[in-house]
Design a protein around this ligand. Structure first.
Ligand SMILES: [Zn+2]
Length: 507
C-alpha cells in the first residue's frame, strides 16, 4: 500500500471507477496487457478463477445432456458469407489469414508468401464452421438433437480494449445445438438462460435479470436473443451471458436438413449460447472494493491462506510444521462439494505486506499464525468481507470446524450485498425529464457515479430506442421476463406501450 493511502487501491471507486478497475486487475495479479495490442495475459490467480468457473458451468452443461467437442480455429471466408446478417455483424472486427509461409528477403526480414486461395478468418464465433459440420452429421430425425458445447478462444478485432471486459482475443464457451422442432429449440434456448442465471447467482454471487433483447440488440442472424444482465457498482449494466434462438436461419445457410418422421425433408432448428472471460470482469466490478478484489468463496482460486509470522529463524521449523498440520486438516473439510483450497505463504517478506497482498487478491480468509498462537493452539483470523483490521482469534479445532460455514456465509453475504445494490438502483421512471436527469451526471467534467436501471415504458419503435441511445448513451438492456403487462406511455415519444423495459448505460 502506498504511503498515506487509506485504501489498498488508489483511486477509490468513488474517485475514478474506471481507473480503479484497471488498478485492481493489476493489484490482484489476475491479468496484464501483452506485447500484442488488445490481447491479455491471464495470470495464474485469474486463470485458476476462470478454471473454477469453467468447472461449475461444464458440470451444469453435462448434467443437462450436453457434451464437449472441438472445431477449427479457422473459418473459410465463404462460410461467413452464407448468412448475410451474421457477416454484417462481424465483418468489421475480423482477423484474416491470407498467407501460409514466410520467406527471408535476403536482408533478414521475413516476408509472408504463399497466398491462400481463399482467406481464412480466425473464428469470431463458430456458427458457420460448426453448421457446415452438422450438415454432414444430420440425415434423419434419428440424428437429433445434437447438444454440443465447445470451450475455446475467439478473436474479435477490437480497437479500444480493457482487460477481461473487451479484448481482441478472449476465452469462452459456445454451445451449438440442433433440434427437430422450433419448440424444442426454443425450450433449449430458455433452459440455457436459466442455467446461466443459476450459475451467476449461486457460483458468482451476482444477481441478474433475465429477458430478451430488442431486435436492434440481437445476435447477428438470430431470431431471438435472451440474456442475463448484471449491475456493476458504477450502476452500469453488463451483459453476462446470451442464449440465441436461431430459428432456421443458420440451418438454411449451412444446409442442415433432415428426413422427418413423415419422410419429408426439413430444415433443422438451431440454437447457440455463450459466456466468456468477460464474466471475470463482472466479478471484479460487482464484488471488488477499495482494498482490492473480493473473491466469492465458491469459485475463489483459493479460499484460505495461512500467513506464518516468523520473527527469528529458530521458530521457523515449528511454525511451518504447525501451519502444515492445520492445512492438512482444513483440506479434509469440504464446502460447495469440494475440498477446501488452502495456501501457505512462505515468502520471505514481512507479514503486513503479505497480508495486503492477499487482501488485494481477494482471498476469502486470511489466517495469521505466530509463536503465541502456536502456544495457545489458536489462530488469528480475518475475513475479506470485513475491514482489513477486523480480526479474531479461534482455537484451531474451532476454526477447522467453522471454516466451511464461514465460507458459505461469505458467499451469501456477497450475494445479498450485490442484490441490495441492484434493488437500490433500480427504479420505475414514467416522466421524460426525470429519465433524462437520472442518466445525466451533475458534474459534466468529472462525472460522478449516477443512474442505474430504469424500468420505463417503450413503444417498441427503433426510432425511440435510437434517440435515447444517441442522447444519453443508454440502451435497452432487455425486455424483462418478470414484468407484468401494464399500460403506459413510451418514455421517449409518449405513445401507448404495454410493458416496461430495462434501460441502462452498459459495458
Ligand atoms: Zn416511443
Amino acid at each position: 500500500m502506498a504511503k498515506n493511502a487509506k485504501t489498498g487501491i488508489t483511486p477509490t471507486r468513488e474517485e475514478d471507477y474506471s481507473e480503479w478497475y484497471q488498478q485492481i486487475v493489476r493489484a490482484a495479479e489476475m491479468a496484464e496487457t501483452s506485447a500484442v495490442r488488445g490481447c491479455m495475459v491471464i495470470k495464474p490467480w485469474g486463470y485458476q478463477l476462470w478454471e473454477n468457473m469453467k468447472a461449475g458451468l461444464d458440470k451444469m452443461f453435462k448434467e443437462t445432456g450436453h457434451v464437449n467437442a472441438y472445431f477449427p480455429l479457422f473459418i473459410p471466408l465463404s462460410y461467413l458469407e452464407k448468412e448475410a446478417e451474421h457477416v454484417e455483424g462481424f465483418a468489421k472486427e475480423c482477423a484474416v489469414v491470407t498467407h501460409h509461409r514466410l520467406e527471408d528477403n535476403g536482408e533478414g526480414k521475413l516476408i509472408p508468401t504463399g497466398e491462400l486461395e481463399e482467406p481464412l478468418i480466425v473464428r469470431p464465433t463458430s456458427e458457420t464452421i460448426i453448421g457446415a459440420t452438422y450438415a454432414k452429421w444430420v440425415q434423419s430425425y434419428r440424428d437429433l438433437p445434437i447438444l454440443i458445447n465447445q470451450w475455446a478462444n475467439v478473436v474479435r478485432w477490437e480497437m479500444r480494449t480493457r482487460l477481461f471486459l473487451r479484448t481482441a482475443e478472449f476465452l469462452w464457451q459456445e454451445g451449438h445445438t440442433v433440434h427437430e422442432t422450433s419448440e424444442e429449440a426454443w425450450q433449449e434456448t430458455k433452459m440455457i438462460l436459466d442455467l446461466y442465471k443459476k450459475f451467476a447467482e449461486e457460483y458468482m454471487a451476482i444477481p441478474v435479470i433475465t429477458g430478451e433483447k430488442t431486435p436492434g440488440e440481437r445476435f447477428p442472424g438470430a431470431v431471438n436473443t435472451l440474456c442475463i444482465e448484471a449491475m456493476m457498482q458504477d450502476r452500469k449494466a453488463l451483459q453476462a451471458g446470451t442464449s440465441h434462438f436461431l430459428g432456421q436461419n443458420f440451418s438454411k445457410a449451412s444446409e442442415i436438413k433432415y428426413q422427418s418422421r413423415s419422410e419429408t425433408i426439413e430444415y433443422t432448428w438451431t440454437t447457440s449460447w455463450g459466456v466468456s472471460t468477460r464474466l471475470v470482469g463482472a466479478l471484479i466490478m460487482v464484488h471488488g472494493d477499495d482494498d482490492g478484489m473480493v473473491m466469492p468463496p465458491r469459485i475463489a482460486p483459493a479460499q484460505i491462506v495461512l500467513l506464518p509470522i516468523i520473527k527469528n529463524e529458530e521458530q521457523k521449523p515449528a511454525i511451518m510444521a504447525y501451519c502444515q498440520k492445520i492445512t492438512d486438516k482444513l483440506k479434509q473439510q469440504t464446502v460447495f462439494n469440494r475440498s477446501l483450497e488452502v495456501e501457505i505463504d512462505t515468502r520471505d517478506i514481512n507479514t503486513g505486506q503479505k497480508s495486503w497482498n492477499w487482501i488485494k487478491k481477494g482471498i476469502p480468509i486470511r489466517v495469521e499464525v505466530g509463536p503465541r498462537d502456536m502456544e495457545n493452539n489458536s489462530v488469528f483470523i480475518a475475513r475479506r468481507d470485513k475491514g482489513p483490521k477486523e480480526k479474531f482469534s479461534l482455537t484451531v479445532d474451532e476454526f477447522i470446524q467453522q471454516a466451511p460455514v464461514m465460507l458459505e456465509d461469505m458467499q451469501n453475504q456477497l450475494f445479498k450485498k450485490a442484490k441490495q445494490l441492484l434493488d437500490d438502483n433500480s427504479k420505475q421512471i414514467d416522466q421524460h425529464d426525470e429519465f433524462y436527469q437520472y442518466f445525466t451526471a451533475k458534474n459534466k467534467n468529472k462525472p460522478e457515479l449516477h443512474g442505474g436501471f430504469a424500468y420505463s415504458h417503450w413503444c417498441q419503435s427503433e426510432k425511440c430506442e435510437e434517440k435515447i441511445k444517441s442522447d444519453l448513451s443508454v440502451t435497452i438492456r432487455c425486455i424483462p421476463f418478470d414484468q407484468p403487462a401494464e399500460k403506459g406511455k413510451c418514455i421517449c415519444c409518449g405513445k401507448e406501450s404495454s410493458k416496461r423495459v430495462v434501460f441502462a448505460k452498459s459495458y
